[in-house]
Write a protein that binds this ligand. Structure first.
Ligand SMILES: NC(=O)c1ccc[n+]([C@@H]2O[C@H](COP(=O)([O-])OP(=O)(O)OC[C@H]3O[C@@H](n4cnc5c(N)ncnc54)[C@H](OP(=O)(O)O)[C@@H]3O)[C@@H](O)[C@H]2O)c1
Length: 278
């Protein structure tokens, strides 16, 4: 049995589906009693609670740990996951990290690096996956893009970001949990060349058959809207730090590791856009 923490989020659902396709029994850890497609078992608990970790891991032999996005307790949650995994005698701890965790200017990346370090020093058999930004992050504004041809982001339209299809990330998660030879490995998971936001707009436009314009939203406007939408202060400040980092340096990686792992080219981002248009 594989425990997937954070199973109710978009990453957890994709990883659960990918494991179910390979016939692997998954225990999906959710915060509320929501269903997760493909899960053999559901467990409800709080990742901040060590006793819940112990309960969640009982009778599991592997763990795929996904910390909730922009969580200020990411390091503490990582520590609890590692301690509970050691106590439970887990045979493989797979950590869902992020591309370029070594960037102190982005707190949610840096926190993941510190969890990676703890994992390295834990003595547990581990694999670390470092995905870049998902193509699926664009999904939230798809309707506006299609209706108005408006693709907005809180950093310059010239910012270059390498994207990845979350389904490819989930396929690798399933692969490292079911194949031998991945213990001790850290893999960067990148699907596309670094694309400017103007490039992304043009690719979307080609798929949906209309002109799409990339538009930079001032950070102050983004912040006001995020606060009005009820986003917490930690998430707002962390996202602002990420947008500033993106504006200065982008998020640039290589697709080589993902291609080798999948034994094929990563899914083109236009294929994901085509799926959404169907
Ligand atoms: N998005 C990207 O492009 C990207 C790229 C690379 C890495 N990542 C990393 O991927 C990870 C997952 O991101 P995501 O967007 O898939 O996650 P998410 O949507 O935030 O999902 C996390 C799940 O965890 C649950 N949760 C929140 N707090 C919890 C707690 N204290 N105890 C138990 N469960 C709790 C949430 O439940 P509720 O639904 O009840 O809130 C949610 O279902 C993050 O660490 C992120 O940094 C993301």
């Amino acid at each position: 049995m594989v425990l997937i923490s954070g199973a109710g989020g978009k990453t957890g659902r994709a990883v659960t589906r990918a494991l179910a396709l390979r016939g692997v029994a998954v225990r999906a850890w959710v915060r509320r009693g929501m269903a997760v497609d493909g899960a053999a078992e559901l467990i409800v608990g709080d990742m901040n609670d060590s006793a819940d970790w112990q309960r969640a891991l009982s009778n599991c032999d592997k763990l795929y740990h996904i910390c909730p996005n922009m969580h200020e307790d990411e390091i503490e949650i990582g520590r609890k996951a590692i301690t509970a995994a050691k106590n439970a005698g887990i045979s493989h701890f797979v950590y869902h990290s992020v591309l370029h965790p070594q960037t102190q200017a982005m707190p949610h990346h840096w926190n993941k690096l510190l969890v990676e370090e703890m994992l390295l020093m834990s003595g547990l058999p581990f694999t670390i996956l470092q995905p870049t930004a998902y193509v699926q992050n664009i999904r939230a504004q798809w309707q506006t893009i299609v209706a108005d041809g408006d693709f907005a982001m809180p950093y310059p339209v010239t910012t270059r970001i390498s994207l990845v299809d979350l389904c490819d990330v989930a396929a690798v998660a399933a692969l490292v949990l079911t194949q031998s030879g991945h213990t001790g490995a850290t893999y960067e998971l990148v699907g596309s060349e670094p694309l400017t936001q103007v490039d992304v707009a043009a690719l979307i436009g080609r798929v949906i058959g209309r002109n799409v314009i990339a538009r930079e939203v001032p950070l102050s406007d983004w912040e006001r809207n995020a606060r009005a939408a009820g986003l917490n202060e930690y998430a707002i400040n962390t996202l602002l730090a990420m947008f500033r980092f993106y504006a200065d340096y982008g998020l640039i990686g290589s697709a080589t590791a993902l291609s080798r792992l999948l034994d094929r080219k990563p899914t083109p981002i236009t294929t994901v856009f085509t799926r959404w248009s169907a």
